[in-house]
Design a protein around this ligand. Structure first.
Ligand SMILES: O=C(O)CCC(=O)C(=O)O
Length: 252
């Protein structure tokens, strides 16, 4: 599928692009039903390091799932079928490999903020050529915690990150909130089926969900350019340490 050059040039300039109505209505309805079914049928048997709750005693506080495509081929197929691969390859200008398919929610009232971060810090790849596609499943706005990007931040290199206490976002930018970060931040509202795409160096964050009744669900699809080499030993060792720490603290 050819991708209009205005989309690639906006992505190159801003570090993100918003594509309203990316997923057609019928596919969105099916996806929503599949997600609901997955949560009911598959999640109870998933390993705890792939399932995060705001409060693990409360199933309604589910906040994040990792690697859905490993558990259900429907989710692997949407990457190939839904135009996501073509889009990612056009934006990165290279063939890509699918690395993760995540579910994010910020449950009403309890969904906590997402710390400011750059995904590439987590990815441990060289060169840092990767992107995340964030597909809204709900109406998302300021009240329930929309994604906020720092315009053009993908052109200013990797910032220092440090440990946070936010489950699912263990690293955040230590000095975020500089005048440049604040002046260039853009809050992106979205409707179900809208797609946001950001570069792995783009700074982004989200507020918590302040609404009393509206969830804030999304899928996150992560791709690396095939030539981006992962420091797999370092990444696996970080994951092992993090999971041991979270398990010891009773968080997962
Ligand atoms: O859903 C969020 O709050 C943030 C998601 C995110 O950081 C990402 O997809 O890279």
């Amino acid at each position: 599928m050819p991708i209009p050059t205005s989309i690639t040039s906006d992505f190159d300039r801003d570090g993100y692009v918003a594509l309203p109505g990316f997923l057609p209505e019928g596919e969105l309805t099916e996806l929503d039903a599949r997600v609901t079914q997955f949560i009911a049928d598959v999640v109870p048997a998933m390993p705890r390091e792939h399932v995060f709750y705001e409060n693990k005693e409360d199933p309604t506080s589910l906040k994040q799932l990792q690697h859905l495509y490993r558990y259900d081929s429907y989710f692997a197929n949407i990457f190939e079928r839904g135009g996501f691969r073509d889009l990612a390859e056009s934006l990165l200008g290279a063939p890509v490999v699918l690395k993760n398919l995540q579910y994010f929610n910020k449950p009403p009232r309890v969904g906590r903020p997402t710390p400011a971060h750059q995904d590439g810090f987590y990815f441990m790849i060289e060169p840092c050529e990767a992107l995340t596609m964030w597909l809204a499943l709900d109406h998302v706005d300021d009240e329930n915690g929309c994604v906020r990007y720092v315009l053009g931040s993908h052109r200013r290199g990797m910032r220092d990150h440090g440990r946070t206490q936010v489950l699912g976002f263990s690293q955040g930018i230590v000095d975020h909130g500089q005048p440049d970060d604040l002046a260039n931040e853009r809050a992106i509202s979205a409707r179900p089926g809208d797609l946001l795409v950001h570069h792995a160096l783009t700074i982004h964050r989200a507020e918590g969900n302040r609404s009393a009744s509206r969830s804030r669900r999304a899928l996150g699809i992560i791709c690396y350019a095939v030539h981006a080499k992962e420091d797999a030993t370092r990444a696996a060792s970080y994951q092992r340490r993090l999971q041991a720490e979270l398990a010891a603290a009773g968080r997962i």
